[in-house]
Design a protein around this ligand. Sequence first.
Ligand SMILES: C[S@@+](CC[C@H](N)C(=O)[O-])C[C@H]1O[C@@H](n2cnc3c(N)ncnc32)[C@H](O)[C@@H]1O
Length: 371
Amino acid sequence: MIKYLGSKRRLVPVLRAMVERSGARRALDLFTGTTRVAQAFKAAGAEVTAVDRTRCAEVLAQTYVATDAGTVDRTALERALAELDALQGVPGYVTDTFCVRSRFFQPHNGARIDAIRQAIDERYRDDPLHPVLLTSLIEAADRVDSTTGLQMAYVKAWAPRSFARMTLRPPVLLAGPGHAVRADACAVAGDLGPFDFAYLDPPYNQHRYESNYHIWETLVAWDAPEHYGVACKRVDLRDPERSPFNRRATFAGALASVVKQVQARVLVLSYNDEAWVGPDELVDMCAVRGDVAVLGFPSDRYVGARIGVHDPRGRRVGTPGRLRNVELLVVAGDRAEVRRVVAPWRDQLVRPVSGSFRSVGTAVPGTGGAP
Ligand SMILES: C[S@@+](CC[C@H](N)C(=O)[O-])C[C@H]1O[C@@H](n2cnc3c(N)ncnc32)[C@H](O)[C@@H]1O
């Protein structure tokens, strides 16, 4: 799984158990990112629709959600990966842009990324294995990058992992049908269903994912774009157009709109106590769907918050932020169903279906959080 800001690693077992408790046969992951949550829903037996606006998330969803492992020719996949992995490096756009002009990968890996990416298009363009091979390449490149987890900058001295030879591995595919959709959630939320269970995990701040992970966008598009700045971002990222979830002024309206539009019996919204809207407002938004309960899970923040912010030369230009926050799961739907879905996490209940908020762990939702 690639490094991804806001990835719900810790909450995946909880979300999977919720889907199982709801008996969901059709599930929606509306801001799917790494597809980690969508994969858990699929593993729980649901037919999943995974939606995101980035190119990278679409490829991951085509691989992990839309590809039925039962239909994949394992021998052909292993042969393809072995052939691609054995290719000699051929320096090209990635080497020049991300190894010479910037330092996201070591040149020996950059040249192999160039060769393998080109071969995937030349040999597998119309093959159902295309997204699977591309996912394998993105994940392999992620294992040898030289960042702290974001592609806004690279670290001053090569990260130890960047010296390793990049190696392709087969993605672990799941059996069963599923759907990958690249779209703006606001435009499609009402037209995707009906679902039994919907999970919403929107961005929390102004930083766009296509910018945070611009190298994956370019690797998928494979369009050798003009670039700008020390991080060599795609020029189209200069376009001020951004997701309504990345603007404070439009965030609440966009979220309220998708919460209202999604067709699902149970809706679960992920959020944290550093959000642009407070927990009371989230509960009000979700009340259009019936009763609302809120669970709180104290959690470690992104590693960058712990080590402080650095510029591309490795100089510290910021100070470490808070180390912990509280991840909230807002659960909405019919009262009996909400109670059934949240029942195993009584200790994490910070707001029961009828009642007010109480403090949780090291932080109190709505107060600005942990000391
Ligand atoms: C917090 S991340 C989701 C992380 C995901 N749950 C995981 O575990 O990997 C938010 C995601 O929302 C996507 N996104 C942002 N604005 C969007 C929009 N308007 N429509 C659809 N997806 C959007 C981003 O590309 C990003 O992948």
